[in-house]
Design a protein around this ligand. Structure first.
Ligand code: PL3
Ligand code: FE2
Ligand code: FE2
Length: 251
């Protein structure tokens, strides 16, 4: 090879390598300015949603234990993790000097919360597990995975610890539903039809604030669908059943 050509090729290779490094190295991505008023304003709602979500998750696992008393110990463990998560995210808000808008967050969860309470009263364990351990946990996993990529260093560390636990929670619901699939399939499908659209609405509602934190709506949906479909597959549903269930989000 001519020397000149060789140099050009090497330069091209070098610059390609740089492009690849930059696009795969999350550290080189631009992080938002965590100190602006607009960031803090959006954070006051998102942080509240997460804090309220963790509190409700705690309460839900305690409630679920009343329907499966022999799982009390395991469910109490999960509930305790949720309180730790709540503390962690409360610290994230404090660290940024943000006051969480808890009233907004309560409203944000109210429909789903109501459906959970009705199911609990009726003793509909499958519905309770679908709402908390599948839908809410998959929602949390998607949000946290996306947030980790654009969070401030303090929150990033906390969220990395939290998301590991959330996979355990998703797994808990998954294993119970898998073991009981023959008797719970119908209720699972019905509960999904009612509650998946609520999750979709919640995602739409939070999208604008999330984008201020540099969290992309499409990415959130994608991460949610991955966690959700993976779980349904592990539970033992076939492709057609999973497609039918996921379709509930778009009608
Ligand atoms: C389950 O353990 C907890 C449930 C929490 C639900 C959180 C949904 C979060 C949606 C908002 C996305 C922003 C994430 C940013 C984290 C500070
Ligand atoms: Fe949690
Ligand atoms: Fe959880």
């Amino acid at each position: 090879m001519h020397n000149e050509l060789k140099i050009t090729v090497m330069q091209t290779l070098e610059s390609n390598k740089k492009i690849i490094e930059e696009s795969t190295n999350p550290i080189s991505l631009d992080l938002p300015d965590f100190t602006t008023d607009s960031y803090k304003d959006a954070y006051s709602r998102i942080n509240a949603i997460v804090i309220e979500g963790e509190q409700e998750a705690h309460d839900n696992y305690i409630s679920i234990a009343t329907l499966i008393p022999n799982e009390l110990e395991e469910l109490t463990k999960l509930a305790r993790m949720e309180m730790k998560h709540k503390k962690g995210f409360t610290a994230c808000g404090r660290n940024l000097g943000v006051v969480a808008d808890m009233e907004f967050a309560k409203k944000f969860f109210s429909k789903l919360h109501g459906n959970f309470q009705v199911a609990l009263e009726k003793g509909n364990l499958t519905t309770c597990l679908l709402i908390q351990a599948i839908l809410i946990e998959a929602f949390a996993i998607s949000a946290y995975n996306v947030y980790i990529r654009v969070a401030d260093p303090f929150a990033k560390k906390i969220t990395e610890g939290v998301v590991k636990d959330e996979y355990l929670h998703l797994n808990y619901g998954q294993e119970w539903l898998k073991e009981n699939l023959s008797t719970c399939k119908e209720e699972l499908m019905e509960a999904n039809k009612v509650n998946l659209p609520l999750i979709k609405k919640m995602l739409d509602e939070v999208a604008d604030d999330a984008s201020v934190l540099a969290m992309d709506r499409e990415e959130l949906m994608e991460e949610f669908m991955i966690a959700y479909q993976d779980t349904l597959m592990e539970i033992g549903l076939d492709n057609r059943e999973i497609a039918r269930m996921a379709m509930a989000a778009i009608v």
